[in-house]
Design a protein around this ligand. Structure first.
Ligand SMILES: [Zn+2]
Length: 223
């Protein structure tokens, strides 16, 4: 079985003279203790339609800090590690040849950041999967037909309505090999990944599962 914990040394030690994104310990972008925490188990998260998503860590504490450092503060040095965490979640869905289909970015977020953090993570995830012998590629099969606005400010029902029918298939030709896994960096309500999967299935694609770097805990008020 692949030793995910050993991977951090190769990845994190490439970038020195920074503090850990998880605990702020000086040294490198992610310390060994935080990496051990992030790789201690895969979380299965039941979604509202009964499907199960897999994530490498909870979107709390260290997991949340690391994702935000990458997504909002541009700590690109974390990308290979987040890719490895996503890859690990994907291996819980399938060990077969896989095509990762990312949730498409919001147009305004893309413009604001100038990058697509999830696309970068997915590239690293396919690399990590190939490194452990699992054939993997990615395909941006979807685009957003409308931006859903400031989703964080919406309640669950408003959010569901805003997301519903907000995805469509791109008309660019895409190469799909093996099983399709829908991927995202963080699952909060689960509405987005559920809608992405529904959009793919309505178009005739079979989706093997859903994987993410992090998920909010299943129990609690935010699902
Ligand atoms: Zn740390």
């Amino acid at each position: 079985m692949f030793d995910w914990r050993a991977l951090r040394t190769d990845l994190a030690d490439l970038v020195l003279a920074r503090s850990c994104a998880g605990c702020e310990a000086p040294g490198n972008v992610l310390c060994a203790i935080c990496w051990a925490y992030l790789t201690r188990g895969v979380h299965a998260r039941e979604l509202s339609d009964g499907a199960v998503a897999h994530a490498s860590t909870n979107y709390l504490g260290i997991g949340k800090s690391v994702v935000i450092a990458h997504k909002e503060h541009g700590w690109h040095a974390l990308t290979p590690m987040l890719g490895a965490l996503l890859a690990r979640a994907v291996t819980s869905v399938t060990a077969e040849t896989v095509t990762l289909v990312p949730v498409p970015p919001h147009v305004n977020a893309l413009a604001r950041r100038g990058t697509d953090p999830l696309a970068d993570i997915v590239t690293e995830a396919t690399r990590a999967l190939r490194a452990i012998g699992q054939s993997a590629s990615s395909a941006s099969l979807l685009l957003r037909t409308r931006d859903s606005g400031a989703m964080k400010l919406l309640g669950r029902e408003q959010r569901r309505l805003a997301i519903e029918s907000s995805f469509a298939l791109t008309d660019r030709p895409m190469c799909i090999r093996g099983q399709i896994v829908v991927v995202d960096d963080v699952i909060t309500t689960g509405i987005t990944v559920t809608e992405v999967r529904r959009t793919l299935e309505r178009a005739g694609w079979q989706v093997a599962g859903i994987a993410a770097v992090a998920t909010t805990p299943m129990r609690g008020s935010r699902r």
